[in-house]
Design a protein around this ligand. Structure first.
Ligand code: SAM
Length: 446
């Protein structure tokens, strides 16, 4: 009998899985968080390796500009001369070689990249892989933990951004602020938890054991800087929700001082995190949560569980509220669709996907949604407008123009100190320990 052993492919490693996810994200337009979740669920990797895969994927997608510059410098035929999966192997290895403050064994990184080229049938470029990565290990400059924002061009290169975003960020924050914001977005991001129940001793003990601390400004928000958020979320079940501190603050300032039985319309409820927060803050309120997409509302319903005053309805809000839901409402929350430029830490690919034209399109939709929702606010009622973007076209300019056209609306100050221009407030990771957001609170006067 022929006893030839079956050809064994090498076992999956964090680096090979990371390369597969990176090529899906960079070359095929997938989202890192979703792709990573699916790929990790299907893999046999455990504990530390899962964390390492996650770091490699987010790090590589974040630092694409200096990674590609380093590779192009040593590849005479350019990065485009090798197939997409090989590019991803090279990019992940370069990330590992140049990541700041993590001295690693360069030869192990290079050797595994060479083995991966063989494993994916590209042994012909193993020599090139070896030569290029060794050069980078020897001569490559580590990524700038604090980028140089003396010009848009230096910010784009050292902060790993497209030039047009670097220009806008510099205009919004000035050199120091832009550098600090990019350092925060490109650094390791924390997981924020929203407490859904009163703080018990058991919760306090878990938080202490996991190094979870209260957020410095947002009440009820807890910050997890390392460790497995999934593990903690599973352990604590429905007692906590994973939600960015800025998103939590928006719920708090929206609900502040409202009557207990307020009528609320969450116009763009998406997966429902803010609608659920509002329904929990005001358990006797009537909360209508609408969204264009029924599948998002289905997920929202599941996450919400049983909150008696909360209803989800599919609707295109550019035509106002659905059917006989015209209001008037005491609170309208317009958490509008946007570019997501404030989330480039958690979703690093967003910076590579968006274009200036996208901002024009989202700004037009945001203005339209404001015009179609605002008439349904009660006199004396509150309208909260929020976007997870710091771009003026999607935030301050939208509200400034709305107020100029609507003398029956006025800005209602937001709590906390601000030296920023009005209307509204910008939140950033370096100044507020949140994603980037724009928030404005308006009152209907008559
Ligand atoms: C920023 S997200 C909302 C996030 C959500 N409020 C939360 O806290 O999880 C914006 C939402 O607007 C929805 N949307 C886009 N166009 C819409 C429209 N014409 N009418 C209603 N919802 C719309 C999108 O489906 C998306 O879920």
């Amino acid at each position: 009998m022929n006893a030839t052993p079956p050809s064994a492919s090498p076992p999956e490693s964090a680096r090979s899985l990371a390369a597969r996810v990176v090529t899906r994200v960079v070359d095929e337009g997938a989202f890192s968080s979703i792709t990573l979740r699916y790929q990790l669920a299907a893999s046999t990797l455990e504990g530390r390796d899962r964390g390492f895969t996650t770091e490699l994927v987010y790090g590589t997608v974040t630092w694409l500009t200096p990674i590609d510059e380093a590779l192009e410098a040593w590849m005479t035929q350019g990065l485009g001369s090798v197939p997409p999966l090989a590019r991803a192997v090279l990019r992940v290895a370069t990330y590992e070689l140049l990541r700041p403050n993590r001295p690693g064994a360069a030869h192990a990184v290079v050797d595994e990249a060479v083995s991966q080229m063989h494993a994916i049938g590209l042994g012909r470029i193993s020599g090139l892989t070896n030569a290029v990565l060794r050069k980078i290990a020897r001569f490559g400059a580590p990524f700038a933990a604090h980028p140089d924002a003396s010009s848009a061009a230096t910010l784009a290169t050292s902060g790993s951004l497209p030039l047009w975003i670097a220009e806008r960020l510099l205009a919004a924050r000035g050199p120091e602020g832009a550098a600090a914001a990019m350092a925060a977005w490109n650094g390791s991001s924390a997981t924020h938890l929203r407490l859904r129940v009163p703080l018990t001793d058991v919760l306090r003990e878990t938080f202490t054991a996991e190094g979870i601390e209260p957020h410095r400004t947002v009440p009820g928000c807890f910050v997890m800087r390392s460790g497995s958020a999934i593990k903690v979320a599973l352990q604590l079940g429905d007692d906590v929700a994973v939600q960015d501190a800025g998103a939590q603050w928006i719920g708090l300032v929206a609900a502040e001082g409202l009557p207990a039985t307020a009528r609320i319309w969450d116009v763009c409820a998406g997966l429902g995190s803010k609608a659920v927060h509002l329904a929990e803050l005001l358990p006797q309120a009537q909360v209508l949560a609408t969204d264009l997409h029924a599948h998002k509302l289905n997920a929202a319903r599941k996450a919400a569980g049983t909150l008696p005053g909360l209803r989800f309805l599919q609707a295109d809000a550019t035509a106002g509220p659905p059917g006989d839901e015209a209001g008037p409402y005491d609170l309208i929350l317009l958490d509008a669709p946007c570019s997501g430029l404030g989330t480039i830490g958690r979703h690093p690919e967003v910076r590579w996907r968006r274009t200036p034209e996208d901002l024009t399109a989202t700004s037009t939709l945001q203005r339209r949604l404001l015009e179609t929702s605002a008439p349904h606010l009660a006199v004396g009622g509150r309208l909260v407008y929020a976007v997870c973007s710091w771009a003026p076209e999607e935030g301050r300019e939208v509200i400034r123009d709305f107020l100029a056209r609507h003398a029956d609306f006025a800005e209602e100050p937001l709590p906390g100190e601000s030296d920023q221009e009005l209307p509204g407030r910008l939140l950033f990771p370096d100044t507020n320990d949140t994603d980037g957001f724009f928030v404005a609170r308006l009152r209907r006067l008559c």
